[in-house]
Every structure is written in C-alpha cells, then in structure tokens.
Write a protein that binds this ligand. Structure first.
Ligand code: 48F
Length: 251
C-alpha cells in the first residue's frame, strides 16, 4: 500500500509545469501561489523538514521580522503577526514555518522531503534550455553509494535553495554555454537587499528561475540578515512571472 500510493505520486510528478527546489520561505510561498494558480508543481526539499532558514530566526532568537509589504501575504497564509512600528511586523518562527507549509499543502502543493536536486536536465537548441532536474534520495547522496538518480521533467525550474544557489551553481559549472557566474552575496545592507532581491527575481536562463537568497548569490546583492519579507515577495513574484511566461507559450 505504501509503495503503491507513493508510486502514484511519483508517476504524477515525473512531469510537472514547475519544479521548485528548496522548501524555505521563498520556495513555500512560490509553491502556494503556483498551486493556487492551477499549475502542476512539486517542491523537492533535501531535509526531512521544511522551513529552510526560518527556524534559525536571527541568531537563534525565535522572532521573525517582516516589512508591511509582506504582512498581507503572510496573513493570507494564516500567520499571526504583531505590528511593532509603522512598517515592521513580528511573528514566531514556528508559526511561520507551520502556516507557510500548511497554506502551500492546502493549496495543493506536493512537497517531497528527503530528495536532493543534484543536477539539471538541459537541451542545446537555438538557446540552451533547462528542461528538468535530476534527483537522488538525500540518504543516497549522504551515504556515498553509487546509485544513479532519475530525471523529472519541468517546464520551469525554480532555484529556492537560499544562500548557496545550488541549482544555479550546478548549471553554471556544468553548462558553460549558459555563461552564468555565481559571484555570491555581498556583505549586509538589509534594506537594499530586500529591495534588490525582489527586483531581480526572475528567469536567469531559459527554463531556470531564481527566487529568495539564490537571487542575491547570482546577482551579488547585499545579504539582509533575519528579515524575511523579501523572501515572501520574491516567492510570489517568481510565480507571477512564470505564469505569464507559460501562458504566453501556450497562446
Ligand atoms: O535557505 P532557505 O531558507 O532559502 P530562502 O527561501 O530563504 C532565505 C532565508 O531563510 C534566510 C535569509 C533571508 O532572511 O537570509 O537565510 O532563499 O531555504 C533553502 C532550502 O533549500 C533546501 C535547504 O535544505 C533549505 O530547506 N536545499 C538546498 N539545496 C538543495 C535543497 C538541493 N540541492 N536540493 C533540495 N533542497
């Protein structure tokens, strides 16, 4: 029964509209809006838990700060926020993790835990295009066993892996024709970082998108510290851009 029901899900996600990599704040927000928009999507998360950097808060303090622009989205997802100043709200890290995941799952998102994205699938056509991701179980990666992974087809792949921008880094290293360079984030400048991470969220090369701190790594924008509004706004923006691109392609 377990195998049969799990296989049904794996067969279903063998080909998706959107594969999101990482279940941190940007990935969960993207998954929430993707599923609400009726796009078939899957989130692959390396760990056996979701939330990414939310749980660590700021230096392990459990309160999370967001700006007013993200307040509405978080409320819509069920979070309980307290207004502190005209532009700042706080909430508990556990509240944010649970509500973001719950909102995404209730909207229909499929989150697969314990699955690492270790490579992308690509096609060299007129332009190089990313057409999917390559996934082993995280346990296999950790054990060092020689087990070949499988490919999952996706019309769009979103790197939501945070500071290391893992998917973009892999593509940069293994597909030179993409001409991608991951320069890494700059030192801290919170307000500028929040603005730029949202502004620069988008498609990096055909089929491969960046949201959250992965954006900061590729465009070398400053880091922000424990302020999470930009992650939420970036997760929503990437979805809006993907919808408009995929709809355009269908038209
Ligand atoms: O790091 P993470 O929370 O990324 P984010 O959504 O948010 C960043 C903030 O948490 C914080 C910050 C802003 O305030 O500076 O750091 O950009 O979540 C990334 C998730 O991706 C998973 C990882 O375990 C984490 O849960 N992940 C990373 N690499 C892979 C992966 C991979 N190759 N395959 C699958 N999951």
């Amino acid at each position: 029964m377990i195998i049969e029901e799990s296989m049904k899900d794996w067969l279903d996600i063998a080909e998706v509209d959107v594969a999101v990599v990482g279940a941190g704040p940007s990935g969960l927000t993207a998954a929430y809006y993707l599923s609400r928009a009726g796009l078939k999507s899957v989130v692959f998360e390396r760990r056996l838990s979701f939330g990414g950097g939310i749980g660590g808060g700021g230096m392990l303090y459990h309160k999370i700060v967001v700006e007013s622009s993200a307040n509405e989205i978080l409320r819509e997802m069920g979070c309980r926020l307290e207004k502190i100043t005209e532009n700042l709200y706080v909430l508990d890290n556990v509240d944010m993790i649970a509500k973001l995941a719950s909102a995404a799952i209730d909207a229909g998102a499929k989150i697969m835990l314990g699955v690492t994205v270790e490579d992308v699938v690509f096609r060299d056509e007129e332009r190089t295009r990313i057409t999917g991701v390559v996934v082993p179980w995280t346990a296999v990666t950790m054990s060092g066993l020689h087990v070949d992974p499988i490919g999952v087809k996706a019309r769009a792949v979103v790197d939501c892996t945070g500071h290391p921008a893992e998917v973009l880094s892999i593509a940069a290293r293994k597909i030179p024709r993409l001409n991608l360079e991951i320069r890494g984030e700059k030192s801290m400048w919170a307000s500028e970082s929040e603005r730029l991470v949202v502004e620069k969220t988008g498609e990096v090369c055909e089929g491969l998108w960046a949201a959250g701190m992965a954006v900061s790594a590729i465009y070398s924008t400053p880091r922000m510290g424990p302020i999470f509004g930009g992650m939420i706004l970036s997760g929503r923006k990437v979805l809006e851009m993907i919808i408009s691109k995929l709809k355009g392609r269908n038209a």
